[in-house]
Design a protein. Sequence first.
Length: 548
Amino acid sequence: MDEQSTEHRPLALFELLDESGIGLIDSSAGLLDERERRLVVGAANFHALAAPGQLLRIIVLRGPWGTFPALTDRTVHHIEWAGDREAVGSMVLRSVVQPLNAVARPTSILGLVVDVGGGTKFGTLYRSLPGWQGQVRRTARSLAPIQFDALRQLRTDVVERLLAGRGVKRRASTRLNRSTRPGGTSGPPAVLFGLHWLELGGAERWALDTIQMAADAGATPIVITDRESNNPWITKPELASALVVPLTHPMDPATEAAFLNGLLETFDIRGIHVHHNAWLYQRLPWLRAVRPDIPVIDSLHIREWRTGGFVDTAVRLSSAIDTHHVVSPALRDYMIGRQGLPAEKIKLATLANLTTDNSITMDRQLGIDGPFTVVFVGRFAQQKRPYLFLRLAARLREHAPGKFRFVMHGDGELADEVHLLKARFGLDALQIRGPEIPVAHTLAEADVVVICSDNEGLTLTSFEATAAGVPVVSTDVGSQVSLTADGLLCPRHPYRFLDAATTKVIAMMTSPDQRKSWLDEQVVKATAFAKLPLARPWVRDLYQGWLR
């Protein structure tokens, strides 16, 4: 599933002033692994931009396994650290970012301490819930995840009913002349990207694709992430020519403004593309006020229950965004029909060909001579509800012992829970596979794919399963109806989902004709969906227009 990482030296906006620091940015020295090295370079670039021309002394720490980096937040200005942190090394460097109206180079040194964290533990919202209430929720959820989820879904129903019909309050528009370009720079052309984090995920796959397209078009991609993460994908080859800055919070407001000013002065930013980044969304009005000529788009995948998530954030800030890219008809209808945004601001362009070529395999042999293989493919995260798949597997095994085989393909913050529940349910016939194994291998063995998510936009797994000739049982959420056979859509509520999914999987195991009928309907829907505009050519043309 993962491509090989690249050893390409990251873009640096600083120069080293002491040879001892080479080991922190040169992978051959062995002080840091490639992921840690990229984090250090990203932190150094941030501080070089925030303090143009400044001399910097950076001490690099490594934390115990499972701790997250601290690269740009206020703690980096503290020159003491916890006893469980290892000091890996230090370096003295000079920012090569040109300060405005600079008369002379500074002689004082700004001292910073950055922490690359420990290991590649996945980020999680549950980990970040504060205080005793967060601890109670985490404990209750870990002891009884399905019951806890049932309560969450009831709460969702109540809140969604209260919010039904309400429009999102929008920010006032900015009255600026966008035809002129104030200031300007002679720096290299660039496209600014905002990402959630650099971890396994469908939105992140699409974001990397757009970053590569910007690089191919001749731009320097500037990639900002804003979520607590060890960023295991920071070594991806698509980021080889990018300036990657993983932000950690809370940051000093003056430092934030200095960082953005540094970007605007150093690079000729031709456009902004936001992919699920709350920090960059909230700074769009400032960027529009400073540089009203820069075009802004965002890519929207999924509307979150209760809060609206990034979709409602985009609606709120629509006056600072030129085009909202949506990946499904359901989101298009929400933005235009329910929120009243102008149709010309909404671009429906699907990700149908992001991980497949839209060809469909139909000559598969069903697993009728061996166990019927039921598969889960996706991130082990609360949204995907892997615990429901495990309970479904237990039900199917009880119904027909020895008739089923199960595969869970993925990884994520709930990996420990997945292994624990597998043992608790006695699921010896269930195999867990990591992202190092291609998904195509798992789909080649599958007789059915089950999507248990409590919320989705339109899953890449659905496209991949259809291309492999595998029917999909899915919760009826987001725009899953666009690709899933009507008879294989299941309720969102956990117990109702388990009842419906059990019935449908058993029907497919016992009746190959019924399975084929549902698969045929799925293929018809996929074929119709494939005729919608695709995101890749639209974004490629857009970037080329920005870079003319």
